[in-house]
Design a protein around this ligand. Structure first.
Ligand SMILES: Nc1ncnc2c1ncn2[C@@H]1O[C@H](COP(=O)(O)OP(=O)(O)OP(=O)(O)O)[C@@H](O)[C@H]1O
Ligand SMILES: [Mg+2]
Length: 454
């Protein structure tokens, strides 16, 4: 008896410690079984309490009256499936006549605490079927990506959503994207993660990093082109526009539309070309985009117009030529001048890390998902890397797994052999110098130079 008691106490203590220190392990060891039990037992009463049941139909009432039985109870939506996942549960329910998916979306908070879960989201997966995704713990606190994801060519697993699903950046479906956020909100870490994931794929990476290459410079081995100031950025963008024109000429030559060619074989983008002719896709990553739009002199103003025009052209026409644009910046609005809102309109994917004011959030979401604006302002300062992603059907909170610069450098160096040679970008290929250990400031030479210049 005492042994059983001691073992039970040890199990409870282990569960409590796991729950506190390693909620993901706790969920897999204990949480998932308890949650399935809790949801199954409480389901009918919770649905009733949340007002998600329907009164008995006239037919059932008549039957009960004819049989002399008491009036039947209200019925909860039928459970089609309950599926435990790595981070929570997924419950699929079939709506009863008269019910609406919106009722479930509006009751998510009530369902969350009634089922004792951390978060609940609802969405209609097909007509009359609602999926309730529940998470058992705060999955964004310590992001752990699943070992197996559905990543593929030009589709990378970039972050975890708050409902436990993986967020993919799919360049084939959303070619261009905008990522905004205040300083220290996690934009560069997000971009680093993208680079580290894309580095393993047969794509060319081009970068514009006006912080003198501080963020992208260390990853240079995997970059086919890198510009570290606005002047070289202008030239790089012109080279990309030239490549785009060349690819269009190639596609045009290969189209050969005749009555014998089936519709599916007519080339409309680089992926329709035969493999031996297909140009390598290019992802252009721009950090601190505002630097490209600022000017003080007339000369700089000309350069700025040239840059923005080239960017607008790439964002408008680049997709079919396999050129994708990923823009990061602190703000990206009309105060940056002519052409910016036109460029923004071409950037379909929208991500906002923590922002300091509503206007900044509006720059990302104002025109597509006004609800997401408030969510972006509410991201806490102590959770860098948390972001809101939105499209026209909804929004979600996400967080990128923390990727250190060293990890990203290691991945890029390991996959440096995949860096393709893009002839048009050859002048921008980063020069790789062997690393020289920095001299400490108080070294005798440094002191001598300082005193000589004093
Ligand atoms: N996903 C994350 N998980 C945990 N910590 C993060 C994450 N992303 C960022 N951080 C922390 O926040 C710090 C700032 O991140 P980052 O450099 O990406 O910000 P930023 O938005 O690019 O800032 P700036 O505009 O000044 O360049 C990082 O050094 C890191 O400590
Ligand atoms: Mg940054």
């Amino acid at each position: 008896m005492t042994t059983v008691l001691v073992v039970a106490l040890l199990v409870v203590a282990a569960a409590l410690i796991l729950r506190w220190r390693r909620p993901a392990w706790y969920w897999l060891a204990f949480g998932v079984a308890l949650a399935v039990l809790r949801v199954s037992v409480r389901y009918a009463s919770v649905m009733d309490a949340c007002g998600l049941t329907v009164p008995p139909s006239r037919f059932r009432l008549t039957l009960a009256r004819m049989a002399g039985r008491p009036a039947p109870e209200s019925r909860a939506p039928r459970v089609l499936r309950i599926r435990p996942t790595r981070t929570g549960l997924v419950l699929r329910v079939k709506l009863r006549p008269g019910q609406d998916a919106f009722d479930f979306a509006a009751s998510c908070d009530r369902l969350r605490h009634s089922f004792g879960m951390y978060a609940v989201t609802a969405r209609e997966v097909k007509s009359g079927v609602v999926e309730l995704r529940m998470t058992g713990y705060d999955v964004l606190k310590r992001v752990q990506m699943p070992a197996k994801t559905e990543a593929g060519p030009l589709r990378v697993a970039v972050a975890l959503r708050d409902d436990g699903a993986v967020l993919y950046r799919d360049y084939r479906t959303v070619p261009h994207a905008l990522n905004i956020g205040a300083t220290q909100s996690g934009k560069s870490v997000y971009q680093r993660r993208l680079v580290a994931e894309l580095a393993r794929q047969p794509v060319a990476l081009a970068g514009i990093d006006c912080k003198q290459g501080m963020e992208l410079g260390p990853l240079a081995r995997r970059f086919s082109a890198l510009a570290e100031d606005p002047d070289s950025a202008a030239e790089l963008l012109d080279a990309l526009a030239e490549r785009m024109a060349g690819i269009y000429r190639l596609i045009r030559r290969e189209q050969q539309i005749s009555v014998d060619i089936p519709d599916a074989d007519i080339a409309a983008d680089i992926f329709d070309l035969p493999e031996h002719l297909r140009p390598v896709p290019i992802v252009l990553l721009i950090d601190e985009v505002a630097e490209l739009a600022l000017f003080t002199t007339k000369e700089e103003e000309k350069r700025r117009d040239r840059i923005i025009t080239a960017l607008v052209r790439l964002a408008q026409l680049g997709r079919a030529a396999g050129i994708y644009v990923e823009v990061c910046g602190q703000r990206f609005g009309s105060e940056l001048g002519k052409g910016i809102t036109m460029l923004r309109a071409q950037l379909t994917g929208r991500t906002a890390h923590r922002v300091n004011d509503e206007t900044s959030a509006n720059m990302a979401f104002g025109d597509i998902a006004p609800d997401a604006v408030l969510a972006a302002i509410q991201i806490p300062r102590e959770m860098p890397g948390v972001a809101v992603v939105a499209d026209s059907i909804g929004w979600a909170r996400t967080r990128t797994p923390f990727t250190t610069l060293r990890q990203a450098v290691n991945v890029c160096n390991r996959h440096a052999h995949l860096t393709p040679d893009v002839p048009e970008l050859a002048p921008f290929r980063p020069v790789l110098t062997p690393a020289v250990p920095p001299k400490p400031l108080h070294a005798p030479d440094a002191v001598a130079v300082e005193s000589a210049t004093a």
